[in-house]
Structures are given as structure tokens and as C-alpha cells.
Design a protein around this ligand. Structure first.
Ligand code: SF4
Length: 372
């Protein structure tokens, strides 16, 4: 984007992720995704050397003051705020690996998708023990939507993941991979399927992988995941206080904060400082002080707290809940960048995954400001 005179880039990201954008030409907005795990109803937008995920299909986005005009011949689009141009953005071209299908006819895009500019992301198991019951499901989650709409398949085999990862690396220059999963039944809580999937990918192509699962009951799984080829691990708190956890994610809250912290410490012993991270969704009900308190505890034990703004997804019980205001994000992310800096934890040192990608939050831009 051209220099935005009145606003630092990290605050512009907060604004865009809070308000979303409207697209004059919906076809210009790159490859957007709807439903599923991770950033849904978003598109990747690049300004300068920064790529961010911005909501385009959410209710707030339809009323956003930010409007993206049709692209010019070189693919740049002017973005305006309340009608005044503030710079230029670019969208991803459709990845080349999306044109391919497996021998049995499954489109590669139903197995994994491109996130941001150079991240391959997949949900290896598109069902979840939590999601099957309305009283247990996380209220913000849309993991079943893309499956119901036929845009993905329920279980991606290790061979399929390897085949698609190889193509994405060779055709589109993908640099790292995120593998998440719905939580299957059983004590491993997804760690086993992470192992099987990582083995399949690493047999086909050498790409750093972040695995994401709930804390397994047995800490032995951390070494097994590392041995299978997982380079970085995400175990996602989402909310940080017992009251909000019980309200927003009643099933997942059965795994206590105490167990998460034990698991974080054991995982850092295996994967190393900053190679373990956790997603925290700001805007679910925790206060900024509560979020920062937990982030301090995490940084102290070498875990990267990836704080992102909650974005409501249509069709979920929280679809009408607001995203946090940009000021709320700023008041968390600015001090959090200091906490990380003082703890010697940097997103750029992470081998793979969301905290390395950073496109779902302005946090890495706050970090860069401290490093420059
Ligand atoms: S931060 Fe994670 S979920 Fe967000 S775009 Fe990057 S890889 Fe995808």
C-alpha cells in the first residue's frame, strides 16, 4: 500500500481486520474461503511487503468504510476509506496447484488451501467430537460448513497431503505448512493424526510443518510428533479465563487451563523456545488485562501467544457478535510486542505455522516496529 500518512501500518491492519472491506468487483478479491477452520470468510490482501487476512464475507464487512476498487492492469487495486483513497492493495492470483486433482478426482483445493502468500493450510480431519453436539461445540467454530458445502473432504490421507504439498511447493513456492484437525475421539486428542499426516507430507516433500491439536493426555506424544516431522506445534487456548471458556467453548473447556500450561511446558522441552504457540481470540469476552496476564505467563515459558481479533462467521452461534474494536487490539498487541521482545521470542524465528505467517493479526507488525 502507498504510505498511509495518518495511520501506522499495524493500526491500519487492526482497522481492516475489525471492519473488513467491501469489494467493488467481488471477482477481484483473490481466492476467498467461506466456512471451515481458520480464517474463513476472509481474503488475503497484500500492501507493500505485508500480507493480511481481511474479512470480506462477514456482516460488518458489508458496512465497512473500506472499499476496494477494481484492479488496474497490473493487479493493483485502490483502497478507499469513506471514499478517500488511502493506498493500493494486491490480491493473490489463483494458486496453480488448485488446477490439479488426485487420480481419483478430488481437487487439490479440497485437500489443502493457500493461506496468506506462501502457506499451505489443511484441516486433516474435518469433523470434531466437540462440534457434534450443539451444547459442546465452540460457538465461534465453522469446521462443519465447508464439509457440508462440498468444498472439502472429511479425512485427508497422508498420501493425499504429501501429493498436494509437493505440488504447492513446486508450482506455487509455498514455504511452510499448517495442519490443523478437528478433535477425534481418544486420549491423543489429534496428536496421532498429526503424526500420520506429517509422515505422509515429509515422505513427499521437505517443508516445515506446524501441527495443531488439543493437548494430548500423554506428553509422550510431543516427541512422537517431532519424530514424525512436525517442526512447530500449536495448542490453541482461544479464550483465557474459565468463565469465558465454559461459556464459549463448553466442550473444549473440559481440558483445563492447568493441563494446557503443563502441556505447553512439556512441548517447549521437545520443540524448543518459540516453536510452541497458541491462538488467543481477542473479543470473546476476556478483558485485555486477562489476555495480557496469560500472555506474560506463556512468554515466560517460551510459548508464543498469537493474539488475533475474533471475527464472527455466518452460520455459527456467534455470527452476530461484534469483532473487537481496533483500539482494543492496539491496547493488547502493543504491550504484547514488548513482552515478546523482552522474552526474546520472535515470530520470525518460528519454523512454521500461524505465528510465523502472522496474517491473521497485526502482532508481527508491532514486533517489527520494535525491531527496526
Ligand atoms: S495466520 Fe494461520 S490461519 Fe491465518 S492466514 Fe496464516 S496460516 Fe492461515
Amino acid at each position: 500500500m502507498d504510505p498511509v500518512k495518518e495511520m501506522p501500518v499495524e493500526q491500519l491492519i487492526n482497522e481492516l481486520q475489525s471492519s473488513g472491506v467491501r469489494l467493488v468487483d467481488p471477482k477481484s478479491g483473490g481466492t476467498t474461503r467461506r466456512g471451515g477452520a481458520g480464517p474463513t470468510d476472509h481474503t488475503a490482501m497484500t500492501f507493500g511487503d505485508t500480507t493480511v487476512m481481511v474479512p470480506v464475507h462477514t456482516a460488518p464487512a458489508f458496512e465497512s468504510p473500506y472499499l476496494v476498487e477494481k484492479p488496474d492492469g497490473s493487479g493493483n487495486s485502490v483502497i478507499t476509506r469513506n471514499g478517500a483513497p488511502i493506498g493500493k492493495v494486491k490480491f493473490n492470483l489463483r494458486p496453480r496447484f488448485y488446477e490439479l486433482s488426485t487420480a481419483d478426482g478430488i481437487p487439490y483445493s479440497h485437500i489443502a488451501t493457500l493461506h496468506s502468500r506462501d502457506v499451505l493450510a489443511t484441516t486433516v480431519l474435518q469433523t470434531c467430537i466437540r462440534y457434534q453436539s450443539r451444547t459442546k461445540a465452540c460457538k465461534f467454530c465453522a469446521i462443519g460448513q465447508s464439509l457440508a458445502a462440498g468444498r472439502t473432504i472429511e479425512r485427508k490421507t497422508p498420501e493425499q497431503l504429501g501429493e498436494v504439498a509437493k505440488a504447492a511447493v513446486e508450482l506455487d513456492g509455498v514455504k511452510h505448512m499448517v495442519m490443523t484437525t478437528g478433535t477425534p475421539p481418544g486420549r491423543d486428542r489429534g496428536a496421532k493424526i498429526m503424526c500420520e499426516s506429517a509422515i505422509g507430507v515429509k515422505a513427499a516433500v521437505d517443508i516445515p510443518i506446524q501441527g495443531q491439536c488439543e493437548p494430548p493426555e500423554d506428553n509422550e506424544w510431543f516427541q512422537r510428533m517431532a519424530d514424525a516431522g512436525i517442526d512447530s506445534l500449536g495448542m490453541h487456548l482461544e479464550a483465557v479465563t474459565d468463565a469465558v471458556r465454559a461459556h464459549v467453548m463448553p466442550g473444549k473447556a473440559q481440558v483445563s487451563m492447568e493441563r494446557y500450561f503443563e502441556a505447553f511446558a512439556a512441548a517447549v522441552d521437545v520443540f524448543g523456545k518459540a516453536q510452541v504457540s497458541t491462538y488467543i481470540l481477542a473479543g470473546l469476552g476476556d478483558t485485555k488485562e486477562q489476555i495480557l496476564d496469560v500472555c506474560r505467563r506463556l512468554a515466560d515459558i517460551g510459548v508464543y501467544p498469537f493474539v488475533v481479533p475474533f471475527v464472527p462467521v455466518g452460520g455459527t452461534p456467534m455470527e452476530s457478535s461484534p469483532s473487537p474494536k481496533p483500539a482494543f487490539m492496539h491496547e493488547i498487541l502493543a504491550p504484547l510486542a514488548d513482552i515478546l521482545h523482552n522474552a526474546g521470542i520472535r515470530s520470525m524465528d518460528i519454523k512454521a505455522g500461524c505465528a510465523k505467517c502472522g496474517a491473521c493479526s497485526a502482532l508481527s507488525s508491532y514486533e517489527k516496529r520494535l525491531q527496526s
